[in-house]
Write a protein that binds this ligand. Structure first.
Ligand SMILES: Nc1ncnc2c1ncn2[C@@H]1O[C@H](COP(=O)(O)OP(=O)(O)OP(=O)(O)O)[C@@H](O)[C@H]1O
Length: 256
């Protein structure tokens, strides 16, 4: 069919009487950086949770690499090559940075962040491979010098980078980022933008939800805008910034 890596088709979710997401369709091509934006309560988190298998849709479908993935759990998606980060950091704070990143590798191999977290034994060779891969991922992100630090002792922005390294270590086809800039100071945000742009250069594909417009405008190739659960616009940052419906949706909230 189409060459899209991810295809979201008429995806819908209702919670009782609340139509949180309604008939939303869009795609993500390999190598793209696609942002989902929208005012508070627009349905971004719900959409994201459906794509990443956290909650089931009430209608529509999600295709990933050509196959329908509706109903698959996050760990099954990780094994297929789709990983995600969460709004709240989900690092193991007593483990080292390197071990935390290795968890991402184990998740892909064993299919579970928790079995990985509790370190179910892997073959020695696999363990060594995971360690090397985790270290090289940290080198790429510029964090190799922190490999043996305990994750919980690091500044928030650095922990966010570790979380992204963990999502990236298994070289997934698609990484979902849930508000990557949330809680970061301006310096940390800038560092993260640089890391994400460098990762895109290396061929990673991203779909992310983000409130920080400056970041969205700076790094997104394409933006999908939700309002009251519906897609009201989709396009390049320049188009979105001057789209009348988008300006209307944001009026009184944030300047686009
Ligand atoms: N579990 C739930 N039960 C009932 N209603 C829900 C549930 N989750 C979300 N909603 C409703 O669905 C709508 C969309 O919420 P959602 O959290 O997806 O929006 P959002 O765009 O992520 O908002 P924000 O930017 O504030 O995080 C809201 O009206 C919300 O109250």
């Amino acid at each position: 069919m189409s060459a899209m890596l991810l295809e979201v088709e008429r995806l819908s979710k209702s919670f009782g009487g609340v139509q949180a997401v309604q008939d939303v369709s869009f795609g993500v091509a390999k190598g793209e950086m696609v942002a989902v934006i929208g005012p508070n309560g627009a349905g971004k988190t719900t959409l994201f949770n459906m794509i990443s298998g956290v909650i089931p849709p009430t209608g529509g479908s999600v295709r990933f690499q050509g196959g329908v993935i509706n109903g698959k759990k996050p760990h099954e998606l990780a094994m297929l090559g789709m990983t995600r980060t969460f709004q709240n950091l989900q690092l193991f704070s007593d483990m080292t940075v390197l071990e935390n990143v290795m968890v991402g590798f184990h998740t892909r191999l064993t299919g579970g962040i928790f079995s990985a977290g509790f370190r179910l034994p892997l073959a020695r060779r696999e363990e060594k491979q995971a360690q090397e891969q985790a270290f090289s991922c940290l080198e790429q992100i510029g964090l190799a010098h922190l490999a043996w630090e305990r994750a919980g002792t690091l500044p928030y922005g650095t922990q966010r980078l570790v979380e992204i390294a963990r999502a990236a270590v298994s070289r997934p086809s698609l990484i979902l980022l849930d508000e990557p800039m949330a809680g970061l100071n301006p310096q940390e945000s800038k560092q993260l933008v640089d890391v994400l742009l460098a990762m895109r250069e290396q061929g990673f594909t991203f779909l992310f939800v983000e409130h920080d417009m400056e970041t969205v405008m700076a790094i997104a190739d394409r933006i999908v805008v939700l309002d009251y659960g519906k897609k009201i616009a989709e396009g390049a940052p320049e188009e979105i910034a001057r789209h009348p419906d988008v300006i209307k949706a944001y009026l009184g909230e944030e300047a686009v």
